[in-house]
Design a protein around this ligand. Sequence first.
Ligand SMILES: [Zn+2]
Length: 475
Amino acid sequence: MYVCGPTVYNDVHLGNCRTFVSFDVIYRYLLYLGYKVRYVRNVTDVGHLEGDADTGAEDKMAKRARLEQLEPMEVAQKYTNGFHDMMRVFNTLSPSIEPRATGHIPEQIEMVQQILDNGFAYVANGSVYFDTTKYANDSGMYGELSGRKIEDLIAESRDNLKNQDEKRHPSDFAIWIKADPSHLMHWNSPWSVGFPGWHLECSAMSTKYLGKQFDIHGGGNDLKFPHHENEVAQNFGSCGCGPAHYWLHTNMLLLNGKKMSKSDGNSIMPNELFTGNSTHVSKGYSPMVVRFFMLQSHYRSTLDLTDEALQAAEKGYRRLMEGIATLNGLQAKDNAPAGALDAEITTLIDGVHEEMSDDFNTPKALAKLFELVSKINGLKDGHLAMEELSGATLERLKSTFQDFVFTIFGLLDESTAASDDQFATMDGLMQLVIEMRSDARTRKDWGAADKIRDTLKAVGIVLKDGKEGTAWVKE
Ligand SMILES: [Zn+2]
């Protein structure tokens, strides 16, 4: 499985997190089913050109490097680290291989050469362009993935691609670009000192690690065109076939029914969502609640993030965790026969597996799990009879919840136990500090007392003196 990874010149946004959480669940489910999965997810650390190169555009990596006064590779490292941190927060598994575009320049140059040798590209003024006309004629495939016609492609590409005059056809695209002298990231090649075209890295790296043809290629919907369409073209041009048997595209994450956009204020970053530091949410939501929220929609559907939906997700997540705790406390009756309830629960368990096997339908699988939670609660409060449930089915019920909720959906139990523990430790420490301050005041050591108060304030803890003694609050 190959998934187009992040472009590392800024913080990962929530829409990307949705994509990578979706593929994490797909990866986890394939592993659970017993497949040997090689999961390749690249890091794009070569900057893409911004705007129209004729007006002196610089690539996004270089622009960020200039703004932050860093080396381009420092920018890439900084945001790669940030991306990895966020993936850990969301409890995603690491891919098997995470290749970087800049670490695969020789492979990309080799692929450009193969495409040239096969007659699907031409050199113009040190740049190399993919010949879409020849490709469309020879393969009949251009536009197949995105459902676009070559006439549309021409119209769309006319205005926004650089160096139109070097191209034989407006829909042709660059696979190697001659760098102007100010371009920071550049490499030697047979055609010029330059850098690879945007789409080339994924063709080169997927072929290197997964072969000419592999099972699944994934990415966000916005990559379908032109990125994936051009990947297919490049693979056809270099080895005569498209790369993937199945294309999986995740749909958009909306905010309050609209596309997220920083410029009109309709956006929220992951950390703002966790802390509640945003006008779009009434409070913070934990990473596992957000992960649960994402699972409530099929990966191919749009997902609308609203405060109400997150509140509902928080309730749902808690209900699920409580259901598991209740389930783990249930014990089978000796020699319980398999009654009607047993059959009903067995059907629901089978349903969970069937839904996930139907294009990874997490919302429907979750719905079945919640039907099972109702049964579990019924068994606990006596509405349903434990006598009707066989020991074997109860064991299967327990393993289904363990497997799906934790192993496949990748949720963690952020139960109150853990945070209560942390609070108890914190409160113990704070009582000690309050006592020390009180002692200092008794000694009339105002300096020490003030120092304690001010140091706490600096880390957001405020002491409140009252009749009953001193209390502490975190601001
Ligand atoms: Zn890609």
